[in-house]
Design a protein around this ligand. Structure first.
Ligand code: MN3
Length: 198
């Protein structure tokens, strides 16, 4: 059973102008699809072919011989999680339980936002900014390339892709502006709250 590109939870123009239809077209139809295609080529005829994505990731983690498998499976997972971390008309009010936790662990919602932008901005080269839960506390983390919280025993709540392909057409080198637009106009707090509760 081959892996499939999961449907986008909204249309390609739904996040404009914060993320343009052109960026979504390249990012989802070309980049995300390529990771799915690469993964299917790598697992063909192997035990991984019938494994769940998360199981492939955790089994391949730290094994140099399975770096391609880890990278492509991770990127399939990360992009699906990223699309769900956003919605049309995102931002806005935060579910009370999540807001309470953000205030408790970051001092304020703005404290969280500052740390998240900082994490994404200081990720050197390609990678991801995350809100995660670890040891009962919320924290921001950054990961390089395809790396992800699942590989570090953390529960992912939200992510923003900071590979250049995620923002260069719309923001060029202004990665912090992309991260700020993500938080102000796109972030799907209900998705984060659901992940926290799950
Ligand atoms: Mn990407």
């Amino acid at each position: 059973m081959a892996f499939e590109l999961p449907p986008l939870p909204y249309s390609r123009d739904a996040l404009a102008p914060a993320i343009s239809e052109k960026t979504m077209g390249f990012h989802y139809d070309k980049h995300h699809q390529a990771y799915v295609t690469n993964l299917n080529n790598l697992v063909k005829g192997k035990p991984e072919e019938s494994m769940k994505l998360e199981a492939i990731i955790t089994a391949a983690q730290g094994d140099p011989a399975k770096a391609g498998l880890f990278n492509n499976a991770g990127q399939v997972w990360n992009h699906t999680f990223f699309w769900n971390s956003m919605k049309k008309g995102g931002g806005g009010s935060i579910p009370p339980e999540l807001e309470k936790r953000l205030v408790s662990d970051f001092g304020s919602v703005d404290g969280f936002k500052d740390e998240f932008v900082q994490a994404g901005t200081t990720q050197f080269g390609s990678g991801w900014a995350w809100l995660v839960e670890e040891g009962g506390r919320l924290k921001t983390v950054k990961t390089a390339n395809a790396d992800l919280p699942l590989a570090h025993g953390q529960k992912a709540l939200l992510t923003c892709d900071v590979w250049e392909h995620a923002y260069y057409l719309d923001y060029q080198n202004r990665r912090p502006d992309f991260l700020k637009a993500f938080l102000a106009e796109l972030v799907n707090w209900d998705f984060a709250a659901k992940n926290l509760a799950g």
